[in-house]
Design a protein. Structure first.
Length: 148
C-alpha cells in the first residue's frame, strides 16, 4: 500500500504544522506544490485521497465513530476520516485496523478541497470549475462492500 499511495503521503508531508489550528494554512504548502504540477498529477492526488477515504468507509469504523459521537452524521464520519489521512500513513493504518479511536473526535474537512484549490490556483480559475471527478466516491455510505 505504501508504494501505491507513496505520492499522496509524501505530498501530505508538506503540511505546515506550525499553523495548526488553521486547517487552510496547514494545507497551503500542499496546495501550492500541487498547483505547480500537471493537471494529471492533481487528479492523481484526488484519486488517491478518494480511495483512502473510501477504504475507511466501513460499518465497523462507522460504529466506532457513532460510539464516540452518538450524534454522528454522515459528514462527521467523513471529516473524521479526513483527520485519519492528515495524520500520516501509520496513523491511517491504525485507524483502518480499528486500533485508533481518538480520530472520531477530530475533523479535517479542509483536506477534501485540496485538489480543487490546487487546480484553481494553477489555472487562476474558481475551484467551482474543477473539471475532474474521481471514479470512486468518498461520501459516507458509498463503499457498499465495506458496509456489509
Amino acid at each position: 500500500m505504501l508504494e501505491k499511495f507513496g505520492f499522496f503521503w509524501a505530498t501530505m508531508e508538506l503540511c505546515d504544522w506550525s499553523k495548526e489550528g488553521n486547517d487552510d494554512k496547514v494545507l497551503k504548502p500542499v496546495i501550492k506544490y500541487l498547483s505547480e504540477q500537471e493537471d494529471r498529477i492533481i487528479f492523481e492526488f484526488d484519486d488517491l485521497m478518494t480511495e483512502l477515504l473510501y477504504d475507511l468507509d466501513t460499518r465497523k469504523l462507522a460504529e466506532q465513530c457513532r460510539k464516540a459521537d452518538p450524534l454522528m452524521s454522515e459528514d462527521t464520519f467523513l471529516y473524521s476520516r479526513c483527520a485519519a489521512l492528515i495524520n500520516g500513513s501509520d496513523y491511517y493504518e491504525k485507524v483502518k485496523r480499528g486500533k485508533e479511536r481518538n480520530v472520531w473526535s477530530t475533523e479535517f474537512e479542509a483536506l477534501l478541497y485540496v485538489p480543487l484549490k490546487a487546480w484553481a490556483l494553477k489555472h487562476k480559475r474558481s475551484a467551482d470549475e474543477y473539471p475532474y471527478i474521481s471514479p470512486l466516491d468518498y461520501e459516507t455510505g458509498s463503499n457498499e462492500d465495506g458496509r456489509k
